[in-house]
Ligand binder design. Structure first.
Ligand code: PLP
Length: 279
């Protein structure tokens, strides 16, 4: 894997950041994961738009412009020769003496790398994954793609220890999202997913799925489902940049008949086609 740190390209193994980087000290940083398909960057403008929104909301100053990150992404792509993989990018509020309030002036650090990444197993794509419900204990700005991922890591680990692939978080408002995925339920042909706002990350894949559903005449309702409503759905699936759409075959002790799924597989195929056409 090839990395980029503040102007220098180097092997990821050799890449170093400062111990006083505010990302390391406070988790004071933002990140994005962009997919590389067929040697091309997929939906990079959408990811950079979300990055910019997060940087503005978190009062970052002098942060790298989306156009600059895009240029470096293309360089990473070219220099690494990666055809199927991801570009990870992280911007922190910079290296500064340890003090909670922001440094003056802010001098953000940019760290990126490109690496090959396998697509999820056909087994998961076709036959589904197991999930568990967990409490959503995150702060109220989940729309910001912050590098503070301790709750997400904690509950992903819990899921894995219980033989599940993903943990689905439940806030007092209802079901929000997975630890690194958005969550959808289908009942009587209608697709339900949590609304954007402060409780979920506005997934790029989620957004594409909603557009595709609209285009092919599948009704979508954005609302927080209760856990009972989710258990009672005919179909459940999750989405993200790296996994696209995976059907859910189990939530806690409740099983779902993936072999009878219709809407999920229609959307999975539409998304696959869309990806090939738009990379
Ligand atoms: N929700 C969370 C908490 C995530 O971390 C991610 C991706 O990392 C997603 C949803 C899916 O977003 P996207 O489709 O933009 O990859």
């Amino acid at each position: 894997p090839l990395a980029y740190v503040n102007g220098e390209f180097e092997d990821l193994e050799n890449a170093k950041v400062d111990a006083l980087d505010r990302g390391f000290i406070y988790g004071d940083g933002l990140y994005e994961v962009v997919a590389i398909y067929g040697g091309k960057l997929y939906q990079i403008d959408e990811h950079l738009e979300r990055y910019k929104n997060g940087a503005e909301e978190m009062l970052f100053e002098n942060y790298p412009a989306p156009e600059e990150i895009k240029k470096i992404s293309h360089e990473l792509l070219e220099k690494s020769g990666i055809k199927e993989g991801i570009i990870y990018l992280e911007v922190t509020r910079g290296t500064a003496p340890r003090k909670h309030s922001f440094p003056e002036p802010q001098k953000p650090n940019l760290f990126m790398f490109a690496k090959e990444a396998p697509r999820p197993d056909a087994e998961f794509k076709n036959n589904g994954i197991k999930t568990i419900l967990v409490p959503d204990e995150r702060w109220n700005r989940c729309n910001v793609k912050s590098i503070n991922l301790l709750p997400n890591c904690f509950y992903k680990e819990k899921a894995n220890r219980e033989g599940a692939y993903e943990a689905i978080q439940v806030h007092r408002l209802g079901v929000t999202e997975g630890t690194s995925t958005n969550v959808f339920g289908v009942k009587d042909g209608v697709v339900y997913t949590a609304p954007t706002g402060q409780r979920i990350l506005p997934g790029i894949t989620r957004d594409t799925i909603l557009k595709l559903a609209d285009r092919i005449g599948i009704k979508v309702v954005e609302k927080f489902l209760s856990p009972e409503e989710l258990y009672n759905c005919d179909e459940v699936f999750i989405s993200s940049t790296t996994i696209k759409i995976l059907p859910v075959k189990q939530i806690d002790q409740v099983t779902f008949p993936v072999s009878d799924y219709k809407t999920t597989f229609v959307l999975q195929e539409e998304l696959e086609k869309y990806t090939l056409e738009n990379r």
